[in-house]
Ligand binder design. Structure first.
Ligand SMILES: Nc1ncnc2c1ncn2[C@@H]1O[C@H](COP(=O)(O)OP(=O)(O)OP(=O)(O)O)[C@@H](O)[C@H]1O
Length: 715
């Protein structure tokens, strides 16, 4: 980070004998020095906390080795969580309250240096001294909230908000806002601005020091409701989603430890990119998966045409599958006889009919009903036994349920369903498909669904990703999918209705955070309305929030990319940019023969700047550009590979650019990016994604004319 001069002189109420400041013999009398000694004392306290945990003797407290191992694992995790990371400052802010929080009505007139509890240092984790008094407060604690939300208009009882600036782990600057002092002017926040504009190297980092009020509202929203965030590129959706997970794990740790949390992202390189954020916030117990991974019940080796995938992803398929699952159900045509010893017990057909009808009408899973059926039949037998003077107990009922007669009847009336085999039959057997989709799908749609050659077995069928989602739906119809406590779905605009259902059943009893941007939807089934998407997710009552303040893309670049909005998402407001620097936008027109070498030259120039570089091109152009870079001796990374100071250039196929960002982006031949998609709107949306990945500058290199939508006169 850049060195920032001290923004504000000595705060009036900070004295060396303040409670938050260690009582050391040589306490510096300059404010920065005092803050540094609080940092040093906090680090010492943290290492004492760590040493305490390390010194725990488990021999007496654990009765057996299983307990000992569980405890040991927890302790190892706790020790790891208490590590003092050199490059993550222990605290980044300070709040001085006017009154002791929780006692807002208390008559304390001014923040007093003698009052404990009025001053809080805000950091990534809680640190306390040997007496248990807090030295650093977790950013997620309620007393930290005003750090993010308080304003001059609503100071939330805060007298002073101080932000700290660090250079290479050293506390080098601070900046104050006296929120309750009407005479102080708004200084704009140079530290905040510098932190936001810091160049990017390596994976995504946390934004815990600079979360903005509108983001904080989403981060701290209650766990019981689902929140959906429509956000323009770079407005912090991904960052907000990850911080929300960290917040929920803090506020509802026990509940979520039991039920689990999951982040769903569009692809592995995206998940690699965000992978470091939660551990940096001290949260390790969060699963990450793509939708493909969630539904990996069959080996996917086939692909669908866009038209076929669209139908397979249509919500109407849920009804087709429901019918398919129920297609094997039979009503009884004859009674059943159970032989026990010398006696025979008969369940007449009308009684079986009643049992089956009652089970069919109940809202339970196919598999659960199938498990209940033998017990119901056995119970009917038991009643007869009692009427016949016998006194059977529960074991007799179980034994009756296991008799061949009952098992045969169950197989006949309620046959087992193998989800993959059922979907295989649906996609191979035209008659069966007709029967299940009567009145739901058109003739043409059915034709699109059928495989050109019926598949012989589950192992060899040409399963596509969309088919795997169908199998997942059937699995859920047979047996309820386990629901997690909270699921975050990023880039959600690209999910099909059937994929929403797949994600939704994984949080059916929990809640979700849905993040996306309609303008960045690049699948043929991309959602046009969040309301509709949320109803497929099973969360129609979710709250929808919109973010438009962009933290990534500089003004000149976002204004340019936003020229595409009227064609790709007419209803959406263009993003603004909070970045002070207007950024650089450079559009170079070259001869077709010189395109590759001009692109290489642009990359070379970009490498003269600090930070990461992304060369983004249509997927079809990637092999050629890889060769050109190799020939020029420029080393390149694959998306998802970590950038370092030595290797900073990533060659990114346009199809994988979503969610990623680079300090400088070189965009190759926009028209090729548009033409790489099945239709023009999708192509322009893909281009919009590509043009909005840059943090500091964008260079566009093209030989073919640019799409006319980018031409300001054509708008
Ligand atoms: N409050 C903030 N302070 C500092 N940086 C921020 C803040 N909010 C977001 N950012 C940064 O802005 C960049 C964009 O954020 P993020 O990737 O979460 O946006 P997004 O809305 O998911 O974008 P996209 O739609 O393009 O995927 C990231 O580098 C993120 O760290």
């Amino acid at each position: 980070m850049r060195e920032i001069p001290e923004a504000t002189p000595v705060p009036t109420h900070a004295r060396p004998d303040d409670p938050g400041i260690p009582h050391e013999p040589d306490i510096p009398d300059d404010p920065l020095g005092r803050e540094r000694s609080h940092l040093a004392a906090s680090r010492a306290a943290l290492s004492a906390m760590r040493a305490d945990v390390q010194a725990l003797d488990l021999t007496d407290v654990t009765g057996n080795w299983v307990n000992a191992r569980i405890l040991q694992r927890e302790i190892t995790a706790r020790i790891a969580a208490l590590a003092d990371l050199a490059d993550t400052p222990l605290f980044f802010g300070r709040l001085d309250y006017l009154h002791t929080p929780g006692e807002a009505d208390s008559p304390l007139p001014q923040p007093s240096a003698d009052e404990h509890g009025t001053r809080f240092y805000i950091g990534r984790r809680h640190v306390h001294d040997k007496d248990g008094d807090p030295m650093v407060i977790d950013w997620r604690a309620p007393v930290s909230q005003p750090f993010y939300r308080a304003s001059r208009a609503e100071p939330m009882d805060v007298a002073l908000r101080r932000r700290f600036g660090y250079t290479g782990g050293e506390l080098t600057a601070y900046e104050d806002e006296h929120l309750s002092d009407p005479s102080e002017a708004d200084t704009g926040g140079a530290l905040l601005q510098a932190e936001i504009e810091r160049p990017r190297v390596g994976p995504m980092r946390d934004i815990v020091a600079t979360i903005q009020p509108e983001q904080d509202e989403i981060v701290r929203a209650g766990i019981s409701g689902t929140v959906c965030v429509q956000g323009a590129p770079g407005t912090g959706k991904t960052a907000v989603g990850l911080h929300r997970v960290a917040y929920l794990l803090y506020a509802h740790r026990e509940r979520l430890a039991r039920t689990g949390t999951l982040v769903v992202g569009p692809n592995r390189s995206f998940l690699h990119y965000i992978e470091q954020v939660l551990p940096a916030l001290g949260e390790l117990d969060v699963a990450q998966a793509t939708v493909e991974e969630l539904v990996a019940h069959v080996p996917v080796r086939g692909t669908d045409s866009a038209a076929a995938a669209q139908i397979k992803g249509d919500a109407r398929m849920a009804e087709v599958l429901r019918r398919a699952v129920g297609s094997g159900l039979r009503m009884p045509t004859e009674g059943l006889v159970v032989v026990r010893g010398s006696r025979r017990w008969r369940v007449p057909v009308y009684e079986l009919d009643e049992i089956v009808t009652e089970l069919r009408e109940r809202d339970i899973r196919y598999g659960a009903a199938r498990e209940a059926l033998p017990q119901r039949i056995a119970h009917a037998v038991l009643v007869k036994m009692e009427l016949g003077g016998e006194a059977p107990d529960d074991r007799v009922q179980d034994a009756v349920a296991r008799t061949k007669a009952v098992k045969d009847a169950v197989k006949e009336l309620w046959p087992p369903v193998d989800p993959a085999k059922l979907v295989l039959r649906l996609l191979s057997d035209g008659e069966f498909l007709d029967q299940c989709s009567e009145g739901v799908l058109t003739e043409d749609e059915r034709k699109l669904l059928l495989w050109s050659k019926p598949a012989r077995g589950v192992g060899s069928a040409p399963w596509s990703f969309a088919d795997a989602v169908l199998v997942d739906e059937v699995r859920d119809l047979v047996q309820r999918t386990h629901s997690l406590g909270h699921v975050v779905v990023d880039e959600a605009q690209d999910l099909s209705p059937m994929q929403y259902r797949a994600v939704g059943r994984r949080c059916s009893t929990g809640s979700a955070t849905v993040l996306g941007d309609i303008a960045q939807g690049t699948t043929p089934w991309a959602t046009g309305s969040w309301q509709e998407a949320l109803s497929h997710l099973g969360k129609a009552e979710a709250r929808i929030e919109e973010l438009t303040r962009g933290f990534r893309v500089p003004r000149s670049v976002i204004d340019y990319a936003s020229r595409l909005l009227p064609s790709i998402a007419p209803g959406l407001a263009p993003a603004t940019s909070v970045r002070d620097s207007p950024g650089s936008l450079d559009i170079r027109t070259v001869e077709a023969a010189g395109l590759d070498s001009a692109v290489v030259a642009a990359c070379r120039e970009a490498l003269t700047h600090e930070g990461s570089i992304g060369l983004i091109a249509a997927d079809a152009r990637i092999p050629g550009l890889a060769e050109a870079l190799d020939a020029a001796g420029l080393s390149r990374l694959e998306p998802g590979e970590e950038t370092s100071r030595q290797a900073r250039l990533t060659l990114v196929p346009a199809s994988l650019a979503k969610g990623l960002e680079y300090d400088y982006v070189v965009a190759d031949e926009p028209v090729a990016i548009v033409d790489g998609e099945p239709d023009e709107r999708t192509g322009l949306r893909r281009l919009y994604v590509v043009l909005t990945r840059a943090v500091s500058g964008l260079t566009i290199v093209h030989a073919a004319p640019l799409p006319r939508e980018l031409d300001s006169d054509a708008r």
